[in-house]
Design a protein around this ligand. Structure first.
Ligand SMILES: C[S@@+](CC[C@H](N)C(=O)[O-])C[C@H]1O[C@@H](n2cnc3c(N)ncnc32)[C@H](O)[C@@H]1O
Length: 319
């Protein structure tokens, strides 16, 4: 059942309660928002309003959710190439009451169990989710999203990883009491998504809709920080240098259109101080800043530490 247009659950931006990402997502920008917000286009900051906001690599959507609480966003365009993420956003926007019911059921079953029964439960739900992934058509999206959120909250490190056959293969995590169904937040997210068009698209699709009233925030998958790091493994294919160059070309087109562009990326100099790839790529017509970040998801806990993140923009901060 879709939430009727007139339902009090269907919100408009900005949401009244504080919406936060409903998924743990590799490369999530939650920790950087306090820094990123200092670099927003001055005219949007002054107006407190953004006509068209694009987030073409939405993932967990940390920046969108923050902006939706602090700015009036007239229309948001959220894209991701990962269909599971897109289905989850659409389900929260269109069918939140049923989703909450399903998720509460999973939560109470899971919490009533002791280890290792919880682990067995996790793996049975992972199998059920993979069966749904293999099915064609739009049936079962509510259950699919409930299972995705459940697995995301209970799996190892909140990773989303699929194998060569496209099956979710992350092992069970070891959380004592994971918050599986955060009803308040799901309702707040639902309200924040009231202004959003959500589609499974390649990032370049934003060129079709952006104009000189638009803000586009790109947060692409990182270039791997080491040969073994698998930060580009959100879906089957990674994000190689050729893709970073294609993205820069999209930024150039947006600049010509008059859209404001802001882009995050991991600083290649974290690994090799002589790696000027991104500095060279954005040398002309862009401003580059470096922010301090803590890398959160790494299989080797000792390697979590402060690294630099690059922030590129196509506009000046002062007129
Ligand atoms: C670094 S994550 C975004 C994280 C997000 N900013 C957050 O706060 O959680 C990058 C996202 O880009 C998506 N992606 C990868 N290639 C893409 C493409 N060609 N077009 C659109 N999205 C893509 C991935 O599925 C992933 O969700």
């Amino acid at each position: 059942m879709k939430v009727p247009i007139s339902s009090p659950l269907r919100g408009a931006c900005p949401a009244k309660r504080e919406a936060k990402p409903f998924l743990k997502w590799a490369g999530g920008k939650g920790q950087l928002i306090n820094q990123i917000k200092e670099f927003l286009p001055p005219e949007f900051v002054k107006a407190g309003r953004i006509e068209k906001y694009f987030e073409p690599f939405v993932g967990g959507g940390a920046v969108f959710f923050w902006l939706s609480q602090h700015y009036q966003i007239k229309k948001a365009y959220l894209y991701d190439i990962n269909p599971e993420v897109v289905i989850a956003y659409q389900t929260i926007r269109d069918s939140v009451p049923k989703l909450i019911k399903n998720l509460k059921g999973l939560e109470s079953e899971y919490s009533s169990l002791h280890k290792p029964a919880r682990e067995n439960f996790y793996y049975s739900k992972r199998e059920e989710y993979n069966e749904l992934l293999n099915k064609k058509g739009s049936n079962g999206f509510i259950l699919r999203t409930a299972l995705m959120i459940f697995l995301n909250k209970t799996c190892f490190n909140g990773l989303f990883r699929v194998n060569s056959r496209g099956l979710f293969n992350v092992p069970s995590g070891r959380y004592e009491n994971p918050a599986i169904c955060d009803t308040e937040n799901l309702l707040a997210v639902h309200a924040a998504l009231g202004c959003a068009e959500i589609e499974c698209r390649d990032f370049a699709h934003c060129l079709k809709k952006a104009d000189n009233q638009s803000l586009v925030y790109f947060d692409p998958p990182y270039r791997p920080i080491s040969r073994t790091a698998s930060f580009t493994g959100y879906i089957k294919n990674g994000f190689a240098d050729g893709e970073q160059i294609r993205l820069k070309e999209v930024c150039d087109r947006l600049t010509e259109i008059g859209a404001k562009v802001i882009l995050s990326n991991s600083d290649p100099k974290n690994i090799d101080p002589h790696d000027h790839f991104l500095d060279d790529l954005f040398k002309r017509n862009y401003e580059i800043r470096r922010l301090a970040a803590t890398r959160m998801i790494n299989c080797n806990a000792e390697k979590r530490g402060v690294i630099k993140e690059i922030l590129v923009r196509n506009y000046a901060l002062k007129d």
